[in-house]
Design a protein around this ligand. Structure first.
Ligand SMILES: C[S@@+](CC[C@H](N)C(=O)[O-])C[C@H]1O[C@@H](n2cnc3c(N)ncnc32)[C@H](O)[C@@H]1O
Length: 421
C-alpha cells in the first residue's frame, strides 16, 4: 500500500460545500476538486470535469427551472452538480457501468436519503471484523481472471462472495449503494492500474490495496455522504439515450447543455471499466466490449472500424485529414479524424432537435496532435456545429496541456447558442 494510491481513493480532507473558487488556479476542466466533495468522491473519474464548471454554467443560466442535458454523461458530474442545485437533468451515456454510477449517485442516493442506510454501515463493520467469504467460481469475473490474472490470489472470489452476500441481505437503495462500494474498490485492489488506459501494474507502481479494508472504507464513505449530502439532492437524472448520436426525444425540452465529449485520441472508456462491467454482470465476457465500442463516438485508433462505411466529407475537416493522409504512419489516423467529426456532427444535430432557439451549449474539449500534425479540434467542432444550428459565442481557456511529443495543447470551454435552423 503506498500513499499516492491510498490518497487517490480516500482523500483526507472533505469539504462538504466547498466555497466557490476564484482566481487563475481554479481547475474547472479536471476532476481533481471533486475528490474532496461528497458523493462526487465515490468514484474518482480521471476524465471527468469539476462540479464547479457545471455550477458556473447553471449560475450563468440565471434563476428559474432548468432542464439540463449532458449528451456524454460519464460518471454523472453534470447530473449530480445539477441535482445538488435543485435542477433535474438528462444524460446520454453509452457505457452501462458509468450510466449506472450516475444513476446511483443521483437517483438512488436521493431515495436513500429518505430512509435508513444503516445496513451499508453494518456491512462495512462486518467486512472489517470478519473479512469476506469466497463466492461462486462460476461468475464471469472469475472466468476472466483465470485467463488474465486481473486480481491477486483469492481476491476475485472475495469480490463475488461479497456481491452474493449483498444480493441476499440487502435490497433497494442500500443494495445499489453497497454494490457501488464493491465496484469502486475493484481497480485499487486488482493487479491493474489506471494510467490513461487500464493496464497491468509494473514494478514501481503502487501495490494493490487489501480488498476487505478497501471496500469497508468505501462503504463507510458512501454511508457518511448519504447522510450528509443526500438530503441536498433535489433534482432527478434521467438517461434519455445510450448513444448520443441516436438521441430521439427528451421528456422535456432542454434549456441548457453542458458536456465533455471524448477527446480525439483519448482513452477507451469501455475497456477501462471492464472489471466493473464484468463484476456487475453488465457484460458476460470481454468480447462484449466490441458492441459498446460500436455505439461510442470514434475517438481512438482502436475504435476505427473497417466495417463502417466512409463518412460524408466535411469540408472544414479535409485540410487536416488530407495532411494526415500524406504523413500518417497508420492510415487509420486520417480515418479516425474524419469519423470523429462525422460522429460529433450527428450529436450536434440530435441535441439541436431537443432545444429551443437561444439555448446555451457549453462544451469542454481539447485539441490533438498526430504524426506531427496539429488537429485544431475546438475550431473544427465550431465549424461542424455551425452547420447544425449552433453558433459559437465564446471560447475560454481552461487549461494548458501537452501532447505525447511535448507540443503545447489546450483545453477550452466552447460556448454555443442554438440559432434558427
Ligand atoms: C469525457 S467523458 C465525460 C465525463 C463527464 N463529464 C464526467 O465528469 O464524468 C466522455 C463520455 O462519453 C461517453 N461516450 C462515448 N461515446 C458516446 C456516445 N456515442 N453517446 C454517449 N456517450 C458516449 C464515454 O463513455 C465517456 O463516459
Amino acid at each position: 500500500m503506498t500513499a499516492p494510491e491510498t490518497a487517490e481513493l480516500f482523500p483526507q480532507e472533505v469539504v462538504p460545500s466547498a466555497p466557490r473558487q476564484t482566481g487563475p488556479g481554479r481547475k474547472l476542466g479536471v476532476f481533481d476538486d471533486n475528490r474532496a466533495r461528497p458523493i462526487h468522491r465515490w468514484y474518482p473519474f480521471v476524465e471527468g470535469y469539476s462540479d464547479e464548471l457545471v455550477a458556473e454554467c447553471l449560475d450563468e443560466a440565471g434563476s428559474g427551472d432548468l432542464a439540463v442535458l449532458d449528451p456524454f454523461g460519464g460518471s454523472g458530474t453534470t447530473a449530480l452538480a445539477a441535482s445538488l442545485r435543485g435542477h433535474d437533468s438528462m444524460f446520454c451515456e453509452v457505457n452501462p457501468y458509468l450510466a449506472w454510477v450516475a444513476d446511483v449517485k443521483v437517483n438512488v442516493t436521493r431515495e436513500a436519503a429518505q430512509q435508513s442506510v444503516d445496513s451499508v454501515l453494518r456491512l462495512a463493520e462486518s467486512v472489517e471484523r470478519d473479512g469476506v467469504a469466497p463466492g461462486s467460481s462460476k461468475h464471469a469475473l472469475v472466468h476472466a481472471d483465470q485467463r488474465r490474472g486481473f486480481f491477486p490470489h483469492g481476491v476475485v472470489r472475495q469480490v463475488v462472495g461479497l456481491l452474493e452476500l449483498i444480493d441476499t441481505e440487502l435490497d433497494g437503495a442500500e443494495r445499489e449503494l453497497a454494490r457501488l462500494g464493491v465496484a469502486t474498490s475493484l481497480i485499487p485492489t486488482s493487479n491493474m492500474i489506471r494510467r490513461t488506459d487500464l493496464r497491468k501494474r509494473k514494478a514501481g507502481d503502487p501495490q494493490p490495496l487489501p480488498f476487505a479494508l478497501t471496500v469497508a472504507r468505501q462503504l463507510r464513505m458512501i454511508h457518511e455522504d448519504v447522510l450528509r449530502a443526500g438530503p441536498a439532492l433535489a433534482g432527478r437524472a434521467t438517461r434519455v439515450a445510450a448513444d448520443a448520436r441516436a438521441l430521439k426525444a427528451t421528456p422535456t425540452p432542454v434549456t441548457l447543455v453542458v458536456t465533455s465529449p471524448p477527446y480525439l485520441n483519448g482513452t477507451n472508456y469501455c475497456r477501462n471499466t471492464k472489471l466493473e462491467l464484468l463484476a456487475l454482470n453488465l457484460i458476460e465476457e470481454e468480447q462484449d466490449l466490441a458492441s459498446l465500442r460500436t455505439d461510442s463516438i470514434t475517438a481512438g485508433i482502436n475504435n476505427v472500424s473497417r466495417r463502417r462505411s466512409d463518412p460524408d466529407v466535411i469540408d472544414a475537416v479535409e485540410e487536416t485529414a488530407t495532411k494526415l493522409d500524406e504523413v500518417a504512419y497508420d492510415q487509420r489516423i486520417p480515418r479516425l479524424v474524419r469519423l470523429y467529426f462525422a460522429d460529433m456532427r450527428l450529436v450536434f444535430r440530435s441535441v439541436r432537435a431537443q432545444v429551443v432557439t437561444g439555448t446555451r451549449f457549453a462544451l469542454d474539449i481539447g485539441d490533438s496532435r498526430f504524426a506531427g500534425v496539429h488537429v485544431p479540434t475546438p475550431a473544427l467542432l465550431a465549424e461542424v456545429a455551425a452547420s447544425e444550428g449552433w453558433t459559437l459565442e465564446s471560447s475560454r481557456l481552461l487549461r494548458a496541456r501537452r501532447s505525447y511529443d511535448g507540443s503545447p495543447l489546450e483545453q477550452v470551454l466552447l460556448n454555443f447558442r442554438s440559432v434558427e435552423p
